[in-house]
Design a protein around this ligand. Structure first.
Ligand SMILES: NC(=O)C1=CN([C@@H]2O[C@H](COP(=O)(O)OP(=O)(O)OC[C@H]3O[C@@H](n4cnc5c(N)ncnc54)[C@H](O)[C@@H]3O)[C@@H](O)[C@H]2O)[C@@H](O)CC1
Ligand SMILES: [K+]
Length: 500
C-alpha cells in the first residue's frame, strides 16, 4: 500500500499552493469528506466536533458548517482554546464562518471547564479533530483531558470519527502516549504510515482515505514544497556543518569547475575546494576569492594525482566531478580509480564518460552516486538512444536508476529525477539556459544539497533551484542570460524557501 509521511504531505500542500490550489480549498474538501462520513454513520442527531487550534481543527469547522445546513442535525463545536489562539489563517477563517452557520460554539479556558461540559454526554456522535499530523511531544492540557472525554463516550457506545489520524497518534511512526479510540478514521489524500502500525490498529477503527482534490502535478513535479523537506541550517552551526564539497574538474577548460564551485557555495555549502590541474589552477583561483583551489600535477587529471586526491576526498563530504576534465584516456582512468575513495559523488559531464555498467556494480554499497547526464550522455551510459516521448523517457530513467543503484537526474526541457523507486519531474528553467555552464551550476548545487540530504531529494531540489534561479535571471537577461547570472539568483530561491 502506498503511504505518505507527514513531511511529504506538507510538501505537497505547499506545491498545491504554488500551482494555485489554496490550502483553504484543500481544507474545504477535507471538511466536506468528514461531513459526508458523519452522514453515513448517523442519519440525524447531535454531533459534537472537538477541535484543536491547528488545521485539523480547521477541517472540523468546515465539516460542522456543511452538516449544520442539513435538517435533523444539531451541530456543536468545542474549541480547545480561544479564537485568538487558532494557529492558522485557514482554520481561523473557517471558525469565523461558524457564527453565520447555526453552529453552537464553545471556547474553553482549561481542562476543568471541559470536564464539566455536558456537550460530550449529550452527543450521539463525536468528531475528534484535536490534532492530526501536527502533533508534537507530550500531550498537554486541555488536549489530554479532551482525549479522555472522547474515549469515555466511545466506551459508552457513541460513534467516534477521527479527522486524518486519531489525535495523539504519531502519523509517521504510530507510537503515542495516549490517543483517541475511533470507530472510523478519515485520512486525507493518502494513507499515513503511522496508521498502519500494528499497535495503531486498535485506535484507528476502519480507515477511509478521502480524496481532497490535490493536483497530480503537486506530487509528480518538484516545487517549493520539496525544498521544505531539506535539512535546515542550525543556528548554532559551525564551519563545515553545512557541507564540505570537493570539486574535481578542469584541465582543458577552467570555467566549468569554477561555476560548479561557486554554485555549491551559493546553495549553502560552507567550504568548497576546487582541485584542478596545475595548468589552470591560477586562472580558476583568479575568478573569485571565495574559492579554495588545490593544484594537481599536470595539464589534465592524471594517475599522479592519485597521490593527493584520496586524502582530499576523505576530508570532504561530497565529491562533484567531471566539469571541464576532458576525455583523455589517463583522465578517465583516474576518475575510475578515484570513485572507490568517495562516499558521496555527483558525476557530471566528462566523468560520465568514464563510467561503465560494471563500475557501478563494484561501487555498490560503498559510494552513493548521483549522475546528471543530458540526453546524449544518458544514451552513452545506457548504450541506447534516449527516448523522445515523456513517458518512455521517464521509464528509462527509472529503470536505469534501479538497475545501477544510482540516483539519475536526466537534464532536459523537463528534467527527470529518479532513484528507481521514486521519480520526480522538474519544469523550472527556460530556453535561455541552453547556454554553456548551466549544467556545471546544477552539478554544484546538487553536491551542496547532497552533503546534508538524501541523494534523491538533493537531486530533485537542485533541479528545481537551478531552473528557478534561471527563470529569475531570464526576467532580466532574457535569452542572453549567462551561467553566472543563474548563480547570482540561487540565494533568492533558497531564501524564499526559508532553507538558507
Ligand atoms: N495538505 C495538508 O497538509 C492538509 C492538511 N489538513 C489538515 O491539517 C492537519 C495538520 O494541521 P497542522 O499542521 O496545523 O497541525 P494539527 O492541527 O495536527 O496540530 C497542531 C495544533 O496542535 C497543537 N499541538 C501539537 N502537539 C501538541 C501536544 N503535544 N499537546 C498539545 N497541543 C499540541 C499545536 O499547538 C497546534 O495548535 C492535518 O492532519 C489535516 O487534518 C487538511 O486541512 C487538508 C490539507
Ligand atoms: K484527529
Amino acid at each position: 500500500m502506498k503511504y505518505i509521511s507527514s513531511l511529504r504531505m506538507k510538501a505537497i500542500d505547499t506545491n498545491c499552493s504554488y500551482l494555485g490550489l489554496s490550502p483553504l480549498q484543500l481544507m474545504e474538501n477535507a471538511g466536506a469528506a468528514i461531513a459526508q462520513s458523519v452522514k453515513e454513520k448517523l442519519g440525524s442527531g447531535k454531533v459534537l466536533f472537538v477541535a484543536g487550534r491547528g488545521n485539523n481543527g480547521g477541517d472540523a469547522f468546515v465539516a460542522a458548517r456543511h452538516l449544520a445546513g442539513i435538517p435533523g442535525y444539531i451541530v456543536r463545536v468545542i474549541l480547545l482554546g480561544k479564537d485568538r489562539d487558532i494557529g492558522t489563517e485557514e482554520a481561523y477563517h473557517n471558525y469565523s464562518l461558524l457564527k453565520f452557520s447555526r453552529v453552537q460554539t464553545l471556547e474553553i479556558r482549561d481542562s476543568g471547564q471541559l470536564a464539566v461540559s455536558e456537550l460530550f454526554s449529550e452527543a450521539d456522535l463525536l468528531v475528534d479533530a484535536i490534532f492530526g499530523t501536527g502533533v508534537k511531544g507530550n500531550i498537554k492540557e486541555p488536549e489530554s483531558t479532551a482525549i479522555d472525554l472522547i474515549n469515555n463516550e466511545g466506551k459508552a457506545g457513541k460513534i467516534i470519527i477521527a479527522v486524518d489520524v486519531p489525535s495523539g497518534l504519531d502519523p509517521d511512526r504510530g507510537n503515542f502516549e495516549k490517543a483517541v479510540y475511533a470507530d472510523l478514521t478519515v485520512t486525507f489524500h493518502r494513507m499515513k504510515a503511522g496508521l498502519l502500525d500494528e499497535q495503531a490498529k486498535e485506535y484507528t477503527g476502519t480507515i477511509k482515505v478521502a480524496e481532497i482534490g490535490v493536483c497530480a502535478d503537486a506530487e509528480h513535479y518538484t516545487g517549493p514544497g520539496d525544498l521544505q523537506m531539506l535539512k535546515k541550517r542550525k543556528l548554532e552551526a559551525h564551519k563545515g556543518n553545512a557541507g564540505r564539497i570537493l570539486v574535481i574538474g578542469g584541465g582543458p577548460y577552467s570555467g566549468a569547475p569554477a561555476l560548479a564551485a561557486l554554485a555549491a557555495l551559493r546553495a549553502g555549502a560552507d567550504l568548497v575546494t576546487v582541485a584542478v590541474p596545475e595548468s589552470v589552477a591560477g586562472i580558476v583561483a583568479s575568478y573569485s576569492p571565495d574559492l579554495i583551489v588545490r593544484k594537481l600535477f599536470s595539464s589534465v587529471l592524471c594517475p599522479e594525482d592519485l597521490s593527493i586526491l584520496p586524502d582530499l576526498i576523505n576530508s570532504h563530504d561530497v565529491v562533484v566531478m567531471g566539469m571541464g576534465l576532458g576525455r583523455a584516456t589517463e583522465t578517465l582512468e583516474t576518475v575510475r580509480k578515484l570513485l572507490p575513495f568517495c562516499r558521496k559523488a555527483v558525476l557530471d559531464a566528462d566523468a560520465l564518460a568514464a563510467l561503465s555498467g560494471t563500475l557501478f556494480e563494484t561501487l555498490a554499497g560503498n559510494c552513493e552516486i548521483i549522475v546528471t547526464p543530458h540526453a546524449g550522455e544518458f544514451a552513452r551510459l545506457r548504450d541506447m538512444e534516449t527516448p523522445d516521448s515523456p513517458e518512455t523517457r521517464e521509464k528509462a530513467v527509472r529503470e536505469f536508476a534501479a538497475e545501477k543503484g544510482v540516483v539519475t537526474l536526466l537534464k532536459g526541457k523537463v528534467d527527470i529525477i529518479s532513484d528507481g523507486k521514486q521519480t520526480l519531474l522538474n519544469r523550472t528553467g527556460n530556453p535561455g539556459m541552453t547556454v554553456g555552464g548551466t549544467g556545471d551550476v546544477l552539478a554544484g548545487i546538487t553536491g551542496s544539497l547532497f552533503s546534508r540530504n538524501p541523494a534523491f531529494l538533493a537531486a530533485a531540489c537542485a533541479a528545481y533551484i537551478n531552473g528557478a534561479a534561471g527563470d529569475l535571471a531570464f526576467e532580466k537577461a532574457g535569452n542572453a542570460l549567462l551561467a553566472t547570472d543563474v548563480i547570482g539568483k540561487i540565494s533568492e530561491i533558497i531564501k524564499e524557501a526559508g532553507i538558507g
